[in-house]
Ligand binder design. Sequence first.
Ligand code: ZN
Length: 132
Amino acid sequence: MSSRTCPLCRRQNRRCTGDCEFGKYFNKRASDFENAYQIFGLNNMLKIMRAAEPHQREAAANSILDEGKIMRNNPASGCLGHELNIRAEEVSYLRVQEVLNQVLEFCRQNLSQVNPNQQVDKTSSPKKDSSS
Ligand SMILES: [Zn+2]
């Protein structure tokens, strides 16, 4: 029996026995729970948790908590804004990768011109020399 009351029981003004049905999914992230509680409300959080199959409940709880955290950090655009930011970052990283690949190809071409007898491996990963 736990001496700490889980966030769900605390919000329901219940005595927490430590083995309540959903408390274990919310115990580790109490501050995110408060954000999610403000956004979804306790009844909706419980509805979501009850609708999830037992093997999906941890993912459902994490989804609720993550959305609460995102909404706290950006109440204007919420999860959609967060997703759009991630997509913009992805596009940016893909552009960086493209430039780095061009630099790598440039270096390979120039290295083979400096030392034409040296074979430059065109694959991306360096291979370990097995001959000895
Ligand atoms: Zn509890």
